[in-house]
Design a binder for this molecule. Sequence first.
Ligand SMILES: [Zn+2]
Length: 307
Amino acid sequence: MTTSAITLAEWNASKFSEIRVTQAALDLINKSEILKGDIRAYQASNAFSAVLLTTPALAGSGFYDLPTTTAGGKVSIGINRVSTPEGTFNILAHELGHSMHTYYTAQNQPAVYADYGLFAAEVASNFDQAMVREHLFQKNPDPEFQLAVLEEAFSNFHRYFFVMPTLARFELEVHERVERGESLTADGMNALCAELFKEGYGPEVEFDAERIGSVWMKFSTHLYSNFYVYQYATGISGAHALAHGILRGRGSVTNYLEFLKAGSSLYPLEALKMAGVDLSTPDAVIATFEVLKGYVDRLEAILEARG
Ligand SMILES: [Zn+2]
């Protein structure tokens, strides 16, 4: 089913009105039934407060706040992000994935279960990104457009499927050093971080130990919340395994929606099993590497055709 395009006038009369959107960004939203549906559902629901704008200092960011028993969740989107097509796709698909999770949970659970853990949350947001990305690949064959979508995909995978799990290994080792009564120094942590990333990148990637060894310093918002970063890797894996299955007719949309409705009435692992992915096994990670391999094949085909 194709719904009508969202017009600039409709956007400007909406909860998103304070966010300046260009026609090019809006055109991109309109290519996706998922994004259009998410935006219209968001508009129609009283379960959410209006979209908040972040401060100029956080202009490049997007955040999603979980609902509480007294207030709906809210999306904060840095004002510059929806003025470019890449930013629109990345931020809106991700944060509105969280938004739909909250929407279904709030509609179906009593207040006591009307939130959800991060372990489940990052599946919902990445699922939306995976579905929108696939939709864009199918709808627009223009090689430049495909390369732009691939660029977004690779940076997303690099950050969440590679950097985050590597930081999780770093975090575990740092905690274990303290448990063994060893000291922590910046030099020691830089060396450890470099060693783990070097192992991850393998011999093909030119390695700047000083720069990459300091990556841990950049993620203070992530690493100062104990054992949290790994959940981005489980999130992106669960999301792509589910989206991949549904797109190829092997997964169930109904089961996925049941997962969005479950909130915290089930443990996240159980809720995800209901959706169709078992994160107690490596299967989802293996399926996500398959998706990544598909992106590399797509890139190679485009570059080959260009000569
Ligand atoms: Zn998120």
